[in-house]
Ligand binder design. Sequence first.
Ligand code: ZN
Length: 220
Amino acid sequence: MTLTRPITHHPDDGVLLAYATGTLGLAHRLVVGAHLETCPACRSRLGGFEAVGGVMLEAQAPVALASDALARVLATLDAPEPPPPAPRLTPASFPLGIELPKSLAGQGIGPWRWTAPGIEISKIEGLWKTRERCFLLRAAPGVTVPHHDHDGVELAQLLAGALVDENQRFEVGDCAQAEPGLRHQPHSDPEHGCICLIAIDGRTRPSHWTGRLIQRFIDI
Ligand SMILES: [Zn+2]
C-alpha cells in the first residue's frame, strides 16, 4: 500500500519491543505487522529493537539441556503426521474492496456480520474465542462506536477512511493505541466511514446498556 501522507500515529515503543522479542500476542502481531507494512519510521525503530534483542540473547549464559531432551526430540520424529489444516479463506478471496495487509496472509477471515447500527465486523478465525481477539471493523460514515473500556491494550490500524478518537484523527496507515482502562467512544469519519484491523487483549466493557446488550449477542 502506497500512502500519500505521512503517518502520524504509531504503536508505542513497548509494543514494538514486544513485537521484536516475539512476546507480543498473535492478534496484536497481526495489527503491528499491518502497520509496519506502511510505516518506514516504525520499521526503522523495530530494527533498533531487534538489534538490542540480539545483543541481549548473546549476553545470556548458555543453559544446559535436560537429560531426556534428545529422547523427546526423537519421539516427536516418530509421532504420526498431524492432519492437514482445513482450507482457509485468504485475503485475496475476501470481498473487502480494499487491499488487505500482508500480515493477514494465511489467516482465516470471516464474513462481515452486523454488529450494531452502521457497524459490521469480520472475525479473524482462531482469534475470537481466546483472550486475544482480532477482527476487521467496518463503520459507515459518521457512526459512533459504543462507549467502552477494556482490560488490555487495544490497537486499531486504519485501512480505509478515517477515525476520530479522544479528539485525535486517525487516517489510513495510522495505528490508534488505547491503553487498558481508557474509556473511549471513537467515531468514524462523517464522509468516508472507516475500515480498521483491531486487536484487543481481554474483554471490552461497554458503558451503556445498548452496548452491553450488543455484547451479549456478539460476544465481543
Ligand atoms: Zn509507525
